[in-house]
Design a protein around this ligand. Structure first.
Ligand SMILES: Cc1cc2nc3c(=O)[nH]c(=O)nc-3n(C[C@H](O)[C@H](O)[C@H](O)COP(=O)(O)OP(=O)(O)OC[C@H]3O[C@@H](n4cnc5c(N)ncnc54)[C@H](O)[C@@H]3O)c2cc1C
Length: 432
């Protein structure tokens, strides 16, 4: 290990939107900090990569909507160009059903979801139940249950038999958008917004520097990386819970907090952008949105930036992503192309570029879209994580009071964590 020892007030580990938002709050408050980021870029689960045509595309978090106030305000303040997601025309289900039938199926799945969300998470009658067990007990038709399963596994990306019912209810109640959540995306990419925020941190951000060990002592914390040691009054681990759990803590974290970090599992997603010469589906009055009824967790939508840059995004979520994870690029492309052709016709095979990003078991974020609690008894895990082990604090989109699992949630979670650290520093200054 190198012998460098640096000092600052706060070390932030992770430069996703949570870490960046916390850093900017601390900067505003005049508190000294350093941000360590393991990857060679900021943004975490918001990521932009060039596709085979040299166009920069969002391979991670991308969409936002007007009901996400912090993210909307930030994107406007940074002068981003909003592209409205194309939704004119018919939504397709495959195997095919009529538009009326598809609408009815969607409505019954939503009715199950609303019924679920009316249950109080602390209701004793659901203690110990997973979403799958609860669903089995419902009197809905098999088709309605399959549509619900596909919707939930597509959104949360984990098998329903792993997810506690109280957790899904509590989580879903915090996702409060009334408009379509895929309403807009940013022409410059979501990650460009993270780059802009990082630009304001001049000199306080270290890329390619993973924290490996967190030592807590009477005078604060020591954060160890391959480059050296940073001593600080506090540390903020701006990491998804399952990723934070992998750090080496000395002394070990209090047992309750270590347990609270151990009950999460990362979802699995493969996100694919398929570029076409033209949005051929629009000519047939289709909006490009496809839900596969025979493949829970498979969903496509139009993500053309304009008619000259026609594209579909295919999301592969949950158990299906785990099944397709071992496929190589050629096999994955063949599989996805076959599904698109079945749903949208032979033109779907005339692909200009096929760019896939597999987030399953991602080294630095664990997976996508987020980590979920998978222990039915862990009702206090989020509260325990939010309390942290001062001077070590933990935050991520997952534990946000609004939009957990979204960029909006990360911005809010970062700001709240920075507020706590700021008050702790102010209290210790007034006491000393
Ligand atoms: C494919 C995909 C699609 C998505 N779609 C959307 C969408 O359309 N809209 C939306 O709002 N959200 C979407 N999300 C979710 C959204 O991107 C995340 O909720 C949000 O970006 C999480 O931010 P975060 O800062 O909490 O965590 P992260 O972004 O995971 O940030 C954690 C950071 O910590 C770093 N790190 C990890 N370990 C260490 C270490 N030891 N030392 C230093 N650094 C470390 C990581 O590299 C990472 O940069 C999507 C996510 C994915 C992957």
């Amino acid at each position: 290990m190198s012998s460098t020892i640096e000092r600052t007030d706060v070390v932030i580990v992770g430069a996703g939107f949570t870490g960046l938002s916390a850093a900017l709050e601390l900067k505003r408050a005049g508190i000294d900090f350093l941000v360590l980021e393991a990857r060679d870029r900021v943004g975490g689960r918001a990521e932009a990569r060039p596709n085979g045509l040299g166009e920069l595309i969002d391979s991670g978090g991308q969409f936002l909507c007007q009901d996400m106030p912090e993210l909307m305000a930030l994107a406007k303040a940074r002068g981003k160009t909003f592209v409205e997601t194309y939704i004119e025309g018919e939504f397709i289900t495959h195997p095919w059903m009529s538009a009326e039938e598809a609408e009815r199926t969607y409505q019954v799945a939503m009715a199950i979801r609303e019924r679920m969300n009316r249950i109080e998470p602390d209701d004793a009658s659901i203690a110990g139940l997973t979403v799958a067990t609860w669903l089995e007990r419902q009197k809905d038709t098999a088709d309605a249950k399959a549509a619900f399963r596909s919707m939930i596994e597509g959104l949360w990306c984990l098998a329903l038999d792993k997810v506690p019912l109280w957790y899904l209810i509590d989580n879903d109640r915090r996702i409060t958008n009334e408009v379509f959540e895929l309403q807009y995306f940013l022409r410059e990419t979501m990650q460009s917004l993270a780059d802009d925020l990082a630009g304001d941190l001049a000199g306080r951000l270290r890329l390619g520097e993973a924290a490996t060990r967190i030592e807590r002592g009477p005078r604060g914390v020591r954060v160890i990386s391959a480059r050296g040691v940073i001593e600080a009054r506090s540390a903020l681990l701006a990491l998804p819970p399952a990723t934070a759990a992998k750090l080496d803590f000395a002394p070990a974290l209090p047992a309750e907090l270590a347990k609270a970090l151990s009950v999460w599992e990362s979802g699995s997603v493969i996100k694919i952008l398929v570029r076409y010469a033209s949005p051929f589906w629009r000519e047939r009055d289709l909006c490009g949105m496809v839900m596969w009824r025979d493949q829970a967790g498979l969903f496509a939508c139009d993500a053309s930036t304009d008619a000259d840059h026609a594209a579909l995004i295919v999301f592969v979520g949950g158990p299906l992503a785990l099944r397709w994870h071992p496929l190589d690029e050629t096999a994955l492309r063949a599989e996805v192309t076959a599904r698109l052709v079945e749903a949208l016709g032979p033109q779907a095979a005339d692909i200009l570029d096929f760019s896939a990003r597999d987030w399953t078991h991602d080294r630095w974020s664990g997976g996508a879209y987020s980590d979920l609690i998978v222990d039915v008894t862990a009702r206090d895990a989020e509260r325990t994580i939010l309390a942290g082990a001062p001077p070590v604090y933990i935050a991520a989109s997952e534990v946000s009071p609004s939009f957990p699992g979204y960029v909006e949630g990360a911005i809010v979670a970062g700001r709240i964590a920075a507020g706590k650290i700021q008050s702790a520093i102010a209290t210790s200054a007034s006491g000393s």
